[in-house]
Design a binder for this molecule. Structure first.
Ligand code: CIR
Length: 255
């Protein structure tokens, strides 16, 4: 597999990040940067080539690049983030992806965050959340169905994004938190549930037969390893205070 991983540095303004389900707690910017560096090194060690998007120190959530685009083999869809404060993040992402993919855009009144879009081969599941509306989903459907993708829209409750609740661990296995998503929607997959004490662990990042999991989720790690899948724990608790998980800190372009 060749893979490019776009990331963006932790902005000085991270402490002002949008919060939906979390109380604001102080964020140590030095520690957040160290964790982001470690995250980037792990991705690098798995053979992805890292590319840095231009720093945007004034955009508090700009480190969470996943939300700005959905990259498929044939096309990249630039989103229109549900939080207005995040909309200026997309221009530089469109510029970076332009040479790699043809581009399509979600337009008003549609809104969509990439964190709500779960791509499982030719099936694409999209969460309906305060960040992603039906108009956004229908625009997305019209772009990708002619390319052979099937789009399924489903409700998400209790967390920010669909991928806060469910992510793939390999081509046929999902890690999910059944408190936030209906497990029956994924009956065709082997499903591993997070440990109930680690609700945020469902946001795992699968790269090339390895699974990155938050280091703060040792019980869930045990479940995943018992299922035969190798885990790389990654410290990400400082970034998690801004309601970001592991998938959201990179935008992967696979070839
Ligand atoms: C936000 O509320 O938009 C950011 N504070 C967190 C975004 C996390 N993104 C993701 O999980 N895909």
């Amino acid at each position: 597999m060749t893979c490019i991983a776009f990331t963006r540095s932790v902005p000085q303004s991270l402490a002002q990040a949008e919060l939906t389900h979390l109380e604001r707690t102080p964020i140590d910017p030095v520690r957040a940067r160290q964790q982001h560096d470690q995250y980037r090194s792990v991705i690098d060690s798995l053979g992805c080539s890292l590319r840095e998007l231009p720093a945007t120190p004034e955009l508090a959530d700009s480190v969470f690049v996943e939300d700005t685009a959905v990259v498929l083999d044939e096309i990249a869809i630039i989103t229109r983030p549900g939080a207005e404060s995040r909309r200026p993040e997309t221009a530089s992402v469109a510029e970076a992806l332009g040479p790699l993919r043809s581009l399509a855009f979600i337009e008003a009144p549609g809104i969509m965050d990439g964190g709500d879009v779960l791509c499982l081969g030719q099936r694409i599941y999209i969460g309906r959340t305060p960040r992603t509306n039906v108009e956004g989903i229908e625009q997305f459907r019209a772009i990708v169905e002619p390319l052979g993708y099937a789009v399924y829209s489903l409700p998400v409750t209790g967390c920010l994004h669909l991928k806060s609740a469910v992510t793939p661990l390999d081509a046929s296995t999902l890690l999910l938190n059944p408190a936030w998503i209906d497990r029956n929607a994924f009956a065709d997959y082997r499903c591993i549930e997070v440990d109930p004490q680690e609700p945020f662990a469902a946001n795992a990042l699968w790269i090339d037969d390895q699974v990155l999991l938050p280091a703060a989720a040792p019980r869930t790690r045990e479940r995943v390893e018992q299922a035969g899948l190798p885990v790389i724990p990654v410290e990400a608790d400082e970034l998690a205070k801004a309601e970001g998980g592991l998938t959201c800190c990179s935008l992967l372009v696979r070839d």
